[in-house]
Design a binder for this molecule. Structure first.
Ligand SMILES: C[S@@+](CC[C@H](N)C(=O)[O-])C[C@H]1O[C@@H](n2cnc3c(N)ncnc32)[C@H](O)[C@@H]1O
Length: 216
């Protein structure tokens, strides 16, 4: 059976933050599987007990095929490389995924624990330029700025202020917190029940207010 990722049960407690979104079905197998499945279900996870030998390396260090987590789907669509800023990086999935594709990433979050999880993720899966994990925003401009699931409107302005000329802002956020988002000339805007995804492109030197008013 082909699996997308996996973790040995003794490691699970320290790697819960790597799990994919709650809608993703998890299989549990081996000694102690029933207790682990109960634990995961209590945390809102979809779980099936399975008796199988996964078609995956026996060693947990064979990392890529054992990746438990996914970056944001839009981050997976980013193909070029350059320098990137991840504002509110949390446990660093998007930063690690971008660095793995050659981006020079600065990842910012005020929570030291979140940055530690990001460093841990980088140690397990990172194979690109080292990530600059930070508690404060750097004094620099970036070709790509991520603002993903950060529900603080002022962060949108900060993220835009760090865009280099011709840079892109990839935004994922709750629409009710950004009611005028659709007026802001996104290249793409997808609206779901609670969330929007938008991509803004800066054309030449811009201030955040120029960018927000300018068709792209
Ligand atoms: C819901 S999490 C999203 C994390 C990550 N972007 C993701 O999509 O998985 C929001 C993050 O924003 C961070 N945050 C809160 N205030 C912030 C600020 N002023 N500057 C940067 N990050 C902030 C929080 O610590 C938290 O890790």
């Amino acid at each position: 059976m082909r699996v997308e990722g996996g973790v040995f049960i003794p490691e699970l407690a320290s790697r819960m933050h790597e799990l994919p979104p709650p809608n993703v079905l998890l299989y549990v197998t081996g000694d102690g599987a029933e207790a682990v499945a109960d634990h995961l279900r209590r945390r809102g996870r979809r779980v099936e007990l399975r008796d199988f030998e996964p078609d995956a390396p026996a060693e947990p260090d064979s990392r890529p095929r054992w990746r438990l987590w996914q970056p944001d789907p839009w981050v997976e669509e980013v193909t070029s490389s350059g320098n990137a800023l991840d504002v509110g990086c949390g446990s660093g999935r998007d930063a690690v995924a971008l660095a793995a594709r050659g981006w020079q990433v600065a990842a910012v979050d005020p929570l030291p624990d979140a940055l530690d999880r990001g460093r841990d993720l980088e140690a397990r899966y990172g194979d690109g330029p080292p990530i600059d994990w930070r508690v404060t925003l750097p004094d620099a401009k970036f070709e790509l700025v991520l603002l993903i699931r950060c529900g603080r409107p002022e962060l949108l302005e900060q993220a835009l202020a760090h865009l280099a000329p011709n840079g892109r802002l990839l935004f994922v956020g709750r629409t009710d917190l950004f009611p005028d988002l659709a007026k802001r000339s996104p290249v793409r805007l997808e609206t779901g029940k609670d969330w929007s995804r938008a991509e803004f492109r800066a054309a030449g030197p811009v201030s955040p207010s120029d960018l927000l008013e300018k068709p792209v």
